[in-house]
Design a protein around this ligand. Structure first.
Ligand SMILES: [Zn+2]
Ligand SMILES: [Zn+2]
Length: 261
């Protein structure tokens, strides 16, 4: 019996090796292609080690607005605050963006939002969730009670088919075990795209765009968006959430635009 079993097992191994040379069955089944360069990858995330390493991580950033700071030993301190935030203290307690909004992250986010490539958003939010999880464990980030996506106006939701911040929330919620509150904020006005406007024009446009629909007394809320650009939306909503009773507001996004953009 023992010999027979050994023989079968050897034959089976030879058969497997012919189809899957040098890789175990488990590895072969989990084979994927890197979304960025197409190389074959055998890990859970569809990105190869080289491309992952080359992504523009926001390693040194302001703790209050996530603006990328020059990479020095001092600036990797999670409590470092930029000059702008010292002058005008933001309403949110913390702001964290995993990436700088530069190539290729800017292209990936644009494809995610405007060309319905939701798998690219999932890749970035999975990496963001891992980074946030580490920072919560190291007490560099506060763990919030709930995740609140920045809502899209209903017209834009119909034309795009999904809210990118909602997608990001789902991935973060699953990875971090924090519930999502989709009904907390309503968007009442459909503003034109904010990207081409000045900071002042954005403030005017957004002033009446959102309504907080419930009392969130004593809760620590994480406001979730895809990109923090000028920080105007984050500031306005943080102020409104605090006005509705939130104990603290933190802002989490995939990416942050650098100062010169
Ligand atoms: Zn790659
Ligand atoms: Zn700052």
């Amino acid at each position: 019996m023992i010999n027979k079993a050994r023989k079968l097992s050897t034959n089976f191994r030879q058969m497997v090796n012919r189809f899957f040379p040098k890789r175990s069955i488990k590895e072969a089944i989990s084979q994927k292609h890197c979304y960025l360069c197409g190389a074959t990858v055998y890990q859970s995330k569809p990105i190869c080690e080289g491309c992952l390493h080359d992504l523009p991580f926001n390693h040194a950033s302001c703790a209050r607005c996530a603006i990328p700071l020059p990479l020095t030993t001092e600036n990797t301190d999670s409590k470092k605050i930029c000059g702008e935030c010292i002058k005008s203290s933001p309403s949110n307690t913390q702001c964290f963006s995993a990436f700088c909004y530069t190539f290729p992250v800017n292209v990936l986010i644009s494809e995610f939002k405007y060309n319905n490539k939701r798998h690219l958003g999932k890749l970035l939010s999975t990496i963001t969730a891992e980074t946030i999880s580490d920072k919560i464990k190291n007490r560099q980030l506060i763990k919030p009670d709930k995740l609140v996506p920045v809502p899209l106006h209903i017209d834009k939701l119909y034309s795009r088919g999904f809210n990118q911040a909602g997608d990001i929330c789902k991935d973060l919620s699953r990875a971090l075990g924090i519930p999502i509150d989709n009904s907390c904020i309503a968007r009442t006005l459909n503003n034109p795209a904010q990207a081409s406007l000045t900071k002042k024009q954005r403030q005017q446009n957004l002033a009446n765009a959102f309504v907080i629909r419930k009392n969130i007394e004593g809760e620590v809320v994480a406001l979730i968006d895809d990109v923090v650009t000028t920080g105007v939306t984050a500031e306005l909503l943080s102020k409104q959430l605090l006005g509705a009773g939130a104990k603290e507001v933190v802002v989490w996004s995939l990416a942050r635009t650098p100062l010169n953009q």
